[in-house]
Design a protein around this ligand. Structure first.
Ligand code: HEM
Length: 465
């Protein structure tokens, strides 16, 4: 009884707490399966280390991880539970088609846990993704190139209204990707390019069209399951409903989780590549001249023809490398031990890599932070850069919408370059290199408004249709 009273006293609680903390610290530093990996002791002890950089300093952990790699080497422990690797040689080991799970902790804060993108389990993910693969194939995307061109033309009409003055090309890029993606996914756009403010705030979009998108999903589910076969363009909803997925995966709520996450995955990612491409092309006369000469040699925006153009393709690759939709680490949890050099990474522990860090690493890409399309043309530098190029990740979780993203880039860049002259008096290359919260504030890239774009300097006589 005396002991119990003692334990329940403040002193007792304090002693228990200290003993628990000391035990946890001791375990994490010495006995934990990741204890032998290099990295700061504080990161190995507590997740508050990461919290400081991401919460207090607003999304800076990605860049701190880069500093930690410089200090501790290519494999480091970045939290009590997680490792990070910065070496392209490990890409194919980590992102493959073996049984790999995503790291559930990453999706704790997300509501759409039933969506394909946020499905943690390997087999369930495979089943959910299967009906979507064909819908997002290269051939399927190519069959919708007229739709993409239609929105590129609409974008041109908006820009034309501002000739000789300034125009928010950053927001317009996002409006374009929103309209294209929604049309592709559910055969309906919400008219972002038609709005006076170009639907400038993603938040307004999410609150506004989010509700509408749910109603549209419900309508399309009803349409597909009703006896009245009203003719409509196939959407991902038809693919899901006609698949072998279980009835619980075919509810309006679960399908809407896919509709909303897939469309949201399509917007800012693609826009954040269009912006740096336009900035670099129009800020560098040599690149602009060479690109225009190549485009003038074909005088078309036909997708198949554009895909054959080596210089345009190289310009876009630089955009994917430096723009980069996702700037956080992408973790995988393997069922089997993984091996990296002398290191054995025990099964069941999350390991991540960050495309942005690899894409901007001078060890991987010559003069990594410079926009140099030539690197993809010269055989030697191309070989080196290909090794460390994975904007869409790899393996079973590779980006579902990558062919759509490529097609949008080909068509919109070729169209704008053939029709307009832009200049960007207020932007610098730095604005586009590290597109996360490094410059938190009004210039934040992630908000889609990195630069109020700037001058559309007169429409050129266009050869493009
Ligand atoms: C520049 C454009 C884009 C980039 C750089 C990009 C990048 C990525 C990356 C790196 C992943 C892997 C994420 C992870 O491992 O957690 C991913 C997944 C995904 N992306 Fe994209 N993406 C782009 C455009 C798109 C578009 C246009 C769509 C849809 C139309 C899309 C839909 C998705 C989906 C649904 C996933 C989850 C795939 C799965 O888990 O099976 N993305 N994307």
């Amino acid at each position: 009884m005396g002991v119990l009273v003692d334990v329940l006293s403040w002193k007792g609680i304090f002693v228990v707490l200290i003993t628990y903390l000391a035990g946890t610290i001791f375990y994490r530093l010495t006995l934990h399966p990741l204890a032998g990996f290099p990295g700061p002791k504080l990161a190995a002890i507590t997740r508050w280390y990461e919290g400081y950089y991401d919460i207090v300093l607003n999304g800076q952990y990605t860049f701190k991880i880069k500093e930690l790699h410089d200090k501790y080497g290519p494999v480091i422990r970045i939290s009590p539970y997680e490792l990070h690797v910065n070496d392209p040689a490990f890409l194919n080991t980590l992102y493959n088609h073996d049984i790999m799970k995503k790291y559930a902790w990453t999706y704790d804060a997300h509501t759409a846990k039933g969506s394909t993108a946020f499905t943690v389990d390997h087999d369930l993910h495979k089943a959910r993704r299967q009906p979507l693969n064909g819908f997002f194939s290269k051939a399927k995307v190519a069959s919708r190139q007229d739709m993409i061109q239609m929105y590129a033309d609409k974008l041109c009409r908006r820009i034309s209204q501002y000739v000789g003055t300034t125009f928010d090309l950053g927001a317009a890029s996002l409006a374009f990707t929103q309209d294209v993606a929604n049309d592709f996914i559910i055969s309906k756009s919400y008219g972002s390019l038609d709005r006076e403010d170009l639907d400038v705030s993603m938040l307004v979009f999410l609150q506004g069209a989010g509700r509408e998108q749910y109603q549209d999903t419900k309508y399309l589910v009803d349409l597909a399951t009703s006896n009245d076969k009203i003719k409509h363009r196939r959407t991902i909803i038809d693919e899901i409903l006609e698949s072998k997925l279980s009835p619980s995966d075919k509810t309006v709520e679960r399908i809407y989780e896919d509709v909303s996450t897939i469309s949201n995955a399509a917007f800012e990612t693609t826009a954040s590549v269009i912006r740096p491409v336009l900035f670099h092309v129009f800020s560098n006369p040599t690149i602009l001249q060479r690109l225009r000469a190549e485009l003038e040699s074909v005088i078309t925006t036909d997708l198949k023809t554009l895909e054959q153009l080596p210089y345009l393709t190289s310009v876009l690759k630089e955009g994917f490398r430096l723009g980069g939709g996702l700037s956080t680490r992408l973790q995988r949890v393997s069922e089997k031990d993984l091996f990296y050099g002398k290191w054995r990474i025990p099964a069941g522990h999350p390991v991540g890599m960050t495309p942005l860090l690899m894409h901007t690493d001078n060890e991987v890409h010559h003069n990594a932070k410079s926009f140099l399309p030539e690197r993809w043309i010269d055989a030697e530098t191309r070989k080196r850069s290909e090794r460390g190029f994975a904007p869409f990740s790899k393996g079973s979780r590779i980006c579902l919408g990558m062919h759509l993203a490529w097609a949008e880039l080909y068509i919109v860049v070729a169209t704008l370059v053939q029709r307009f002259d832009f200049s960007f008096p207020n932007a610098t290359a730095e604005d586009f290199v590290e597109p996360t919260a490094r410059d938190a504030g009004p210039k934040t890239q992630a908000s889609g408004m990195a630069w109020r774009a700037l001058i559309a300097g007169g429409e050129r006589v266009t050869a493009a249709g």
